[in-house]
Design a protein around this ligand. Structure first.
Ligand code: NAP
Length: 488
């Protein structure tokens, strides 16, 4: 998982928190147009934060009971007259109905909190549309990424960032100031042209997770089919045995660790490819191909999905002995052994294999939990860069090595047993070892002093074949200039 991911704020824009120009503004009167869910939550939060609130409604008598008694609920025009900052908690399609208020709104700050139902729904953003309807007002886009629920519960739950944009710096500062007093973190997103981007944010469904989820599903499907063929279809075709009961737990439980293990190795593989590219080109300034860039950016999500599959595998494994099929098989084996008068059934090698296998698996899961926890923004923010990279990079690599041991102790000598090759297909675990072992081998090679040194130099800015200017005295005593390679 990339260290940079967590060290950065959620959005790569300037946080206005701690900006000396942003000063507390509690006590100011703030207006809210509309009396719906968002308006109500906003009014409650503003009142709790020490603001005087005046709500403008088309029907103040009917709506007054919904608001805290400290908030004044009045007609729209009355409310607007009493304040300079007005939150427009009304849907875009009703903006035009506010045009009668144009005169009283002139010169005031309108905060557009609206969202759309679809990404890029309209040609212009809602905030730009509002600004076009009220040219005498200053429009600020903001608060739309905060839900009514987050507003009511304070900034303790949910997203704390309030993204703000406007063409007017002063108005933007005023709204940032209000957000900060309410316990949110204002983030300056620049001028009004960013409004469209801000309006699209709440509509995006897990944008950073799409690729990792498809990857995990794809791997799950491949390994599930492979295991199904080996564990269910093969016994049916070869021995006419019905093993369909294995599908819900056994097949799933042999698939999950494969996905978890391969996904974990896919967290570290792009780093290896990036290092190879840097070594090959002898520079860190050459752009990686887009697919590698994308892959590097999704390492955190891939790692978390790996942890998710590993945790499910642990729960499934824990439940294996609870199954009826397992109990019947145990009894059947015991009866067979009794009939064969076998007294000593202890196989020392199997006992050791199982003890090591489980112990190593528990350690691997523990390390994966640590990686998952430290990738959470709240925890990552409390670590310095060295601590973060030690956990994500060094401990992460140790987790991969221990997972490999877990897989190897599971397989033990099965790879050399020809009965394990169903339809000539090798045991699943041998396939899963391919990528992780490549990553481990590459990491070992990169740790060789000669390669490590070169990589370190490249990462500190050294470039292969970079030419530097030099000046040499000629035989005649004149100076001639030329170029030479810096690494000669
Ligand atoms: P809502 O419950 O439907 O409230 C909308 C309010 O608009 C009504 O209560 C109404 O108040 C007022 N309004 C003014 N003119 C109107 C007209 N011509 N027709 C109908 N209503 C009119 O909606 P909401 O959930 O509070 O959302 C309000 C705005 O906040 C929307 O733009 C939404 O995108 C944005 N937002 C909401 C949330 C959320 O969690 N709900 C989150 C982020 C952003 P009066 O009858 O008192 O005039």
């Amino acid at each position: 998982m990339s260290g940079g991911d967590m060290a950065k704020p959620l959005l790569g824009h300037r946080s206005m928190e701690g900006d000396p120009s942003v000063t507390p503004a509690a006590g100011r009167t703030v207006g809210v147009l509309g009396s719906g869910d968002f308006a109500r939550s906003l009014a409650i939060r503003l009142v709790c934060s020490g603001f005087k609130v005046v709500v403008g409604s088309r029907n103040p008598k009917r709506k007054a009971g919904l608001f805290p008694s400290a908030a004044e609920v009045t007609f729209q025009a009355e409310a607007v007259k009493k304040t300079d900052v007005i939150f427009v908690a009304v849907f875009r399609e009703h903006y035009s109905t506010l045009c009668d208020l144009a005169d009283v709104l002139a010169g005031k700050i309108l905060v557009d909190v609206s969202n759309n139902t679809e990404i890029n729904h309209h040609k212009e953003s809602n905030a730009e549309y509002l600004a076009s309807l009220f040219p005498a007002c200053t429009v600020v886009k903001g608060f739309n990424v905060i839900s009514a629920w987050t507003l009511q519960s304070g900034a303790r739950d949910g997203n704390k960032q309030v993204l703000i944009c406007s063409n007017n710096q002063e108005a933007k500062r005023t709204v940032a100031e209000i957000a900060q007093v309410m316990g949110f973190t204002p983030v300056d997103m620049g001028c009004m042209s960013s409004a469209c981007e801000i309006e699209n944010i709440p509509l995006r469904l897990l944008p950073a997770w799409k690729i990792p989820i498809f990857l995990a599903l794809g791997l799950f499907l491949c390994f599930f089919t492979y295991n199904l063929i080996r564990q269910v279809i093969h016994p049916y075709i070869r021995e006419q045995k019905n093993k369909l009961y294995k599908i819900p737990i056994e097949v799933v439980n042999t698939t999950l660790p494969c996905v978890a293990y391969v996904m974990l190795s896919l967290v570290y593989l792009p780093g290896v490819l990036a290092a190879c590219s840097q070594l090959y080109y002898g520079t860190k300034y050459r752009r990686f191909p887009d697919w590698l860039d994308q892959w590097l950016q999704h390492r955190k999500q891939i790692g978390l999905l790996s942890f998710f599959c590993a945790a499910l595998h642990a729960v499934y494994s824990f439940c294996l002995p609870m199954r009826r099929s397992h109990r019947y098989q145990l009894i059947e084996t015991a009866v067979k052994q009794a009939l064969e008068k076998k007294m000593n059934i202890w196989v020392e090698e199997e006992v050791w294999r199982m003890e090591i296998y489980i112990s190593v698996g528990i350690i691997a899961l523990g390390l994966l939990s640590l990686l998952a926890i430290t990738s959470l923004p709240s925890i990552a923010n409390s670590l310095n860069w060295r601590e973060f990279s030690f956990i994500q990079s060094t401990i992460g690599f140790i987790a991969l090595v221990i997972s490999t041991l877990h897989t190897l102790t599971y397989g033990w000598s099965r790879a050399f047993d020809e009965n394990q090759y169903k339809f000539y297909l090798p045991p699943t675990y041998t396939l899963t070892l391919l990528v992780p072992c490549t990553v481990i081998l590459a990491k070992v090679i990169f740790s060789l002093p000669c390669i490590q040194q070169r990589l370190l130099r490249i990462r500190r800015g050294w470039e292969k074949g970079r030419y530097v200017k030099f000046v040499l005295p000629s035989a005649t005593g004149e100076y001639s200039s030329g170029e030479t390679s810096s690494n000669v």
